[in-house]
Design a protein around this ligand. Structure first.
Ligand SMILES: C[S@@+](CC[C@H](N)C(=O)[O-])C[C@H]1O[C@@H](n2cnc3c(N)ncnc32)[C@H](O)[C@@H]1O
Length: 287
């Protein structure tokens, strides 16, 4: 059996038991945030003591990361915006050897097989590339991205603020995700703002009421030209795009207004998102 993630210290056992109980785990969000803050202070102290040592053991852990940088964008625009929901992201934490890590098919294939899991299902690189594609897009730089929500395969929902600068390497990204899933939020460097935070399900409570919610799948029978499709959406509403961040299977959401395919070929999530962002940029004259 995989050992799911836990919070450090005396409460670890309790957190481990609770982790797999889906939404239940974010119920005590306030208390958890306090615990996370204390843990971060402890971890910073520990990082100073251990710096330069035990590099392998620290791999995948998060001591050095007090926060991640933010990037400027044309914020606070009143114009309609876009929101992304990434469904079924593969972000599962387990204790591998001595440290907690985000499981992936490259580094943990043997571990996964020993635990009767299919390594092909463990692809956190998909959500990494998807987030890079969204946050690096010109529409985000133009201040039109309202929010990104990620739901993991285990049902944990978290929000990513549009001005977050996602780490440029997967390894550092995995460290941030580990920190987020263990401590429930990540703050900006030198600030108190939460750039990433675990939030309660369902995601629908955060979506604007009058928004248009569009789901994406290669297997949808409605194959559209994305530019034309987006051009036809009313100029007054926010648009929510729901894309799968898993390797196999199809998104299954009950809150979608329309379900479309945008290519006759199966695309990576990152490519699908690029096509969406380009179509929206075209509609809103973002160059
Ligand atoms: C790596 S793919 C997942 C593959 C999965 N077999 C599927 O087709 O849904 C990630 C996501 O990209 C989106 N996607 C991929 N190809 C697409 C297409 N041709 N049209 C619309 N969305 C697509 C879907 O949301 C999909 O869940």
């Amino acid at each position: 059996m995989l050992r799911p993630c836990g919070i450090k210290g005396q409460k670890r056992k309790k957190r481990e038991e609770r982790y797999d109980k889906e939404e239940d785990e974010v119920e005590a969000e306030e208390q958890s945030i306090e615990r996370a803050k204390r843990a971060m202070v402890e971890e910073k102290e520990m990082a100073m003591e251990t710096s330069g040592k035990e590099e392998e053991e620290l791999e995948g852990q998060t001591h050095e990361m007090a926060g991640i940088p933010i990037v400027p964008s044309d914020l606070k625009t009143k114009k309609p915006g876009l929101i992304f929901v990434l469904e079924r992201a593969s972000l599962e934490v387990a204790k591998v050897g001595k440290s907690y890590q985000i499981l992936n098919s490259d580094d943990h294939a043997n571990f996964l097989r020993k635990n009767n899991k299919n390594p092909a299902d463990y692809r956190p690189d998909i959500v990494y590339q998807a987030l890079l594609s969204i946050l690096d897009s010109p529409v985000n730089k133009a201040g039109r991205l309202r929010a990104v929500y990620v739901k993991t395969d285990k049902g944990v929902l978290f929000e990513v603020k549009p001005h977050v600068r996602i780490p440029r390497t997967y390894k550092r990204f995995a460290g941030i995700m580990l920190q987020l899933l263990q401590q429930l939020s990540i703050t900006a460097v030198g600030k108190r703002e939460k750039l990433l935070r675990v939030i309660k399900n369902p995601v629908t409570q955060y979506l604007p009421v009058n928004s248009r919610k569009i789901g994406f799948s290669y297997s949808s029978e409605k194959l559209v030209k994305m530019n034309k499709y987006v051009a036809a959406v009313s100029d007054d509403v926010d648009i929510v795009f729901v894309v799968g961040a898993m390797a196999l299977g199809k998104i299954d959401c009950d809150y979608i207004d329309d379900f479309i395919a945008i290519s006759g070929y199966p695309l990576s999530a990152a490519w699908c998102i690029s096509r969406i962002c380009e179509a929206v940029a075209d509609k809103w004259d973002v160059l």
